[in-house]
Design a binder for this molecule. Sequence first.
Ligand SMILES: Cc1cc2nc3c(=O)[nH]c(=O)nc-3n(C[C@H](O)[C@H](O)[C@H](O)COP(=O)(O)OP(=O)(O)OC[C@H]3O[C@@H](n4cnc5c(N)ncnc54)[C@H](O)[C@@H]3O)c2cc1C
Length: 414
Amino acid sequence: MDEQDCVVVGGGPGGAVLAYLLARAGRRVTLLEARSDFARRFRGDSLAPAVMDWLDALGLADDVLARPHATADAFTWHTPTAAYRVADFSRASARFPHYVLLPQPEFLGLLTGRAAEYPGFRLEMSARVTELVESDGRVCGVRYRAADGGTREVRAPLVVGVDGRFSQVRRLGGFETEELGAGLDILWFEVPRRAEDPPLSGLDYFAVPGAAIVALGQGATWQLGYVIPTGTVAQAREAGVGPVVALARDRMPWLGDRLDALTAFTDLTLLNVPITRLPSWYRPGLLLLGDAAHVISPVGGNGINIAIADAADAGNTLAPLLANRSSAAPAALDAACREIEARRRAVSDVEQRSQVRAERGSAGRIERGDPSPVWILRLAAAVPPIARAFGRRSASAIAIPPPTPAVLGAPAPR
Ligand SMILES: Cc1cc2nc3c(=O)[nH]c(=O)nc-3n(C[C@H](O)[C@H](O)[C@H](O)COP(=O)(O)OP(=O)(O)OC[C@H]3O[C@@H](n4cnc5c(N)ncnc54)[C@H](O)[C@@H]3O)c2cc1C
């Protein structure tokens, strides 16, 4: 029987960070990832200034910066006649006054690579969890289909489901979900980025009457998202790729022939984001975190940051408890998981409410043909200290706790 201190299901940003922290703290942790690699496109790649500060405290920020990345020092809303710098990140951190845009596969490779320096860490790829193991009303492990097609079991006092917005662990655990309703879907595509391209803010939103496109500047590519009101994908499909290319050409004419490769609607990747809330994230022996616990929309670019901050909190709280094999351990774990849920729910609830407001507002403006930002964003752009306050707020809203001595005071890597 494979016995661990913790089983983490899902090798996305939340799962990779939690497994790293527990391994660094000296715990035995198995990270199970359903896919055979970390390759994934069009995911949250934007590491917030506060997350970069946190990575710095762990000694990982320089590893991030050593990989191909881009930075975004502001969020700018462009209309056909004006550009509004509505959030300015220049005061959000002393060392990192910007978001760092690092492709998610790079980030996951970095985290799991560093985690593998600790003897307690085990990563199994192509390992899809299919069942929870239960005993006396507690979850005490999982069964999964391994790469060779066989079924394996791994047991631990705590299973953490960080397996994303379609979480299988959530379903297996019988957790209820509640959709908050969203206003926007996004059709993503990417084109190569060239050194001579104009230096946008890095996070840019181009609105015209009746349509909008988001531009994220990444290392070698522009990730572009055509924004449509939720429920209109059938009309968008019927209209085809033409309106998407036309808007990109109109607002970013310097993309030139790079848009020629976009010829069919199937070249676009639909992201529809049902913002989802769960009445509970925990039952004895099982905790959900990241998108599995609260699906966040890409509005604000904080899905990855909130998943990382959930894991940071869980790592701090669980690392000392998971070493405890006494009879009081299950009750202490239950109490700790309830505390983690309460702290992190306070953050995700606020973020989700503001996303629902922002999405409905933006969808309404697209439908009304009004490309300008709401008055408060126009005010922020006109008064730079307000834009800086918005930049500080959006970066700090994820409330990432600093690493505790239990996590930092780790045994030396093997
Ligand atoms: C197409 C797309 C575009 C996005 N764009 C943005 C964006 O622009 N900005 C932003 O901030 N956020 C964006 N997001 C959201 C962001 O990627 C997520 O919020 C973030 O990755 C959440 O991290 P996580 O660790 O909770 O889950 P995920 O990153 O979803 O990771 C979950 C992992 O669990 C694995 N898994 C699933 N089921 C099982 C199983 N049964 N057994 C084992 N492993 C399993 C999956 O393969 C995956 O690797 C986007 C998401 C998608 C899908």
